[in-house]
Write a protein that binds this ligand. Structure first.
Ligand SMILES: Nc1ncnc2c1ncn2[C@@H]1O[C@H](COP(=O)(O)OP(=O)(O)OP(=O)(O)O)[C@@H](O)[C@H]1O
Ligand SMILES: [Zn+2]
Length: 725
């Protein structure tokens, strides 16, 4: 038999191993992209058949090859997807297996078609109650899920759920991982587009028909109808019987999106995010791989899924930094989306009211086409924006809202209109301090203060998740009643609002309160029904939402974002404040925005007040150009960490000392990271700066591959970094 047919290279789902060769037993059919099960030692692990020339590996003697055990009944991964996996691994210094893991989404691909058993409380209460059991009954009202999902949702151990199951507290039901879904209809509800909208949607529809790679920057002010416009492109993809992927930055935004999609297309799209149940995850994976799911809306991880015939990718709120993944494979979903478009030969639409400077630069370079929606839909006006100088308009002692803002809130309440206060800080207070000895309560695992969460009576580290009960005396000097909360978080602002306006109905919106799409849906419905007067929220409320009766926005502290100042600080502040301002006055009633600041003359604040977006962008772009910062050059961070500080330091020093000397390629550091301890690991950073003319990946690979460091040291590379801590 011809050796080439009996031997294949397989990329295994194991990040520690390179690809391995296997033999193909007679009668088994495999092709490139086939998903197979292969033996590895005593185990059996999944993998994908790959072109051998793309992953060099040691040639093993044909008679030593072990046979592939089975080919899964799943569509083979397409060539464009295989190229995307290779590109992502190469560009971001990740192992191909760790990218493959996102494609196969671990368990989701390997459904064995057995029905999944889910449980739901049935009202039977056991004779003996324990605190954990109480918790189950409190938290699992109307919740259905597998044993482990229920344990997770109730925050108890699996044993507690199992115990209750034995006592008959649950009803069980079998759910199939497979079901028929009715496809969205392109002409379910027609919308009349404005002239501007029509012009843009025509370009996008033609792009979908053209079936060619082309990136677009859909640049439209808040409330201009970007969603409405890209829906026309989705409709065209549906007519062409091709799939669409819509990426959203936050799972909290999926629920309102589903409603809106359903109103336009008659049925909900398939969703993909971390909040899915295992049964849903399996079903959704299978349906998008089979082509049955026509439209998928999801968080960044949806980008790597094996769509059968993708025809369009939309990245909504494309400027959002949450598209950058900060652990595992450190990729930027916006950028990988464009690469996927290139490989699949389809259009990619980046939609935003405040595009990233990187995206604008691509337009200037002629790589992306810009499509502009200059005005709000239906004659709604842009809100009036005013800066409040906190040094002049001083909040009373111990409070945070300036008198002018308080008056505005009061008037808005009287008018029966809704208000939103924005502060990008979860919890009650960012720091707890002892008045007697000056001790500050720090996380034991991180260089970070513990943040007080008064609603749950705990202190929490926002970096590693460590929590401790709220202490009643200073852990250092043991003085009682000496601990004070310093600075405000959203909970504290909400307390202030309640003191000022006891009659007002308030809501706190952060990832602590809105942690699932269902919670987000509750919030949206309450807002729409007029059940909330004043919302206090973090960046979670700044984007996407459309509440016609919301007319007042207060930015509690516009200066926070500029502290610490990495290269995008000003841009990010501008985007955040412009986005949150964009929630005000989106329908008939005009909106008003107050920005509290100590620096009313800062360029960011000035640009916001004057509505001079383009002026701000131009100045910011010029300063990036002058500084040789991205997008005019490229950066890569090297993060060295270990539980042993001297090991980490030595490795970082070794990396620094061996840095290659290449024109246009410079290495800065090492230096202790600003977050010098994270999850118990000491961290040191180096920063690589390279001009676009040099091949950063190639130089770095050649350099790092030759070095060795102790096993316990981790060296991570973050290409195009967004975080510098
Ligand atoms: N042609 C139209 N016909 C009817 N309603 C429209 C039309 N265009 C936009 N709208 C409505 O105007 C509101 C704002 O539109 P949309 O949410 O799409 O704006 P956006 O540009 O995505 O805003 P943002 O960037 O602030 O999220 C929505 O309620 C939308 O349904
Ligand atoms: Zn911590």
């Amino acid at each position: 038999m011809n050796r080439d047919h009996s031997r294949v290279r397989v990329l295994l789902l194991n990040a520690a191993l390179g690809p391995l060769d296997y033999s193909v037993p007679e009668g088994m059919h495999v092709e490139y992209g086939s998903i197979v099960m292969a033996p590895l030692g005593p185990r059996k692990i999944p993998g994908v058949v790959w072109e051998a020339e793309r992953f060099p590996a040691d040639e093993i003697d044909a008679n030593k090859l072990r046979p592939i055990l089975e080919v899964r009944e799943l569509p083979p991964l397409s060539a464009p997807l295989r190229r995307l996996i290779e590109w992502t691994a190469q560009y971001y210094f990740a192992s191909p297996a760790s990218v493959l893991r996102m494609v196969l989404s671990s368990g989701a691909a390997f459904s064995d078609k057995r029905p999944i058993v889910e449980y739901q409380l049935n009202g039977n209460v056991p004779d003996r109650m324990t605190p954990q059991r109480e918790q189950v009954f409190a938290k699992l009202v109307d919740v259905q899920g597998t044993i482990s999902e229920l344990a997770y949702k109730a925050d108890v151990s699996i044993a507690v759920i199992r115990g209750l199951e034995k006592l008959g507290a649950f009803d069980r039901s079998e759910v199939s991982a497979f079901s028929n879904i009715s496809p969205p209809q392109p002409d379910f509800a027609k919308v009349d587009l404005s002239q501007d909208q029509l012009a843009v949607s025509t370009v996008l529809r033609d792009a979908v028909k053209a079936r060619a790679f082309k990136p677009y920057l859909l640049d439209g002010v808040t409330g201009s109808g970007k969603t409405e416009v890209y829906f026309e492109a989705v409709a065209e993809a549906l007519r062409q019987d091709r799939q669409t992927l819509v990426l959203l930055p936050e799972i909290a935004l999926t629920e309102p999106f589903l409603d809106r999609f359903k109103a336009r297309f008659g049925t909900e799209p398939v969703s993909w995010h971390s909040g899915l149940k295992q049964s849903e995850r399996k079903r959704n994976w299978q349906t998008l791989a089979s082509g049955e799911a026509k439209v998928v809306v999801g968080a960044r991880s949806a980008l790597f899924l094996p769509y059968k015939n993708l025809g369009l990718i939309i990245v909504d709120e494309a400027h959002e930094n949450s598209f950058k993944q900060e652990d595992g494979v450190r990729y930027h979903a916006r950028d990988v989306a464009v690469m996927r478009g290139l490989h699949e030969k389809i259009p990619v639409v980046l939609a935003s009211a405040t595009p990233a400077i990187e995206s604008r630069h691509q337009v200037e370079q002629g790589n992306y086409e810009q499509l502009v929606l200059p005005a709000r839909f239906g004659g709604a006006t842009m809100p009036e924006i005013e800066a409040l100088d906190l040094t002049q308009d001083v909040p009373p002692k111990g409070s945070w809202l300036a008198p002018t803002l308080v008056n505005a809130l009061e008037e808005n309440l009287e008018k029966g209109e809704q208000s939103l206060l924005f502060l990008n800080r979860r919890g009650f207070a960012p720091l707890t301090l002892c008045r007697t000895c000056g001790h500050r309560i720090q996380c034991p695992n991180c260089t970070a203060w513990m943040v007080e969460h008064r609603l749950t009576r705990r202190l929490a580290c926002h970096h590693c998740g460590h929590v401790m009960p709220q202490p009643d005396k200073c852990p250092e000097c043991e003085d009682e009643d000496s601990l004070v909360a310093c600075g405000p978080g959203v909970e504290r602002i909400c307390d202030e609002v309640k003191m000022l306006f006891p009659q007002a109905r308030t809501a706190i919106v952060t990832s602590d309160t809105i942690w699932s799409p269902a919670k987000a849906a509750d919030f949206v419905h309450q807002m729409e029904a007029g059940g909330i007067d004043i919302v206090v929220g973090t960046q979670l409320v700044t984007k996407g939402y459309h509440f016609p009766n919301l007319t007042l926005v207060g930015v509690v502290d516009a200066d926070i974002g500029l502290e610490g100042g990495d290269l995008r600080a000003a841009e990010r502040s501008f985007q955040q404040i412009a986005q949150v301002s964009g929630r005000a006055g989106r329908a008939e009633k005009p909106g008003h925005v107050y920005i509290q600041t100590r620096m009313p003359n800062a360029p960011v604040i000035q640009a916001l007040v004057e509505g001079d977006r383009d002026g701000f962008y131009e100045a910011e772009t010029e300063s990036r150009r002058a500084a040789g910062a991205p997008p005019f050059a490229r950066l890569a961070a090297i993060i060295v960490s270990s539980e042993d500080n001297s090991e980490a330091m030595e490795t970082a020093r070794l990396i620094g000392q061996t840095a290659p000397k290449v024109d246009g390629f410079n290495v800065y550091g090492p230096a202790p990271a600003p977050l010098s301890m994270l999850r118990g690991r000491h961290r040191h950073r180096l920063l690589v700066h390279a001009y676009r003319s040099v091949d950063l990946q190639h130089i770095m690979r050649e350099w790092l591959v030759k070095l060795e460091w102790p096993r316990a040291v981790r060296v991570g590379v973050d290409v195009d970094p967004y975080s510098f801590v």
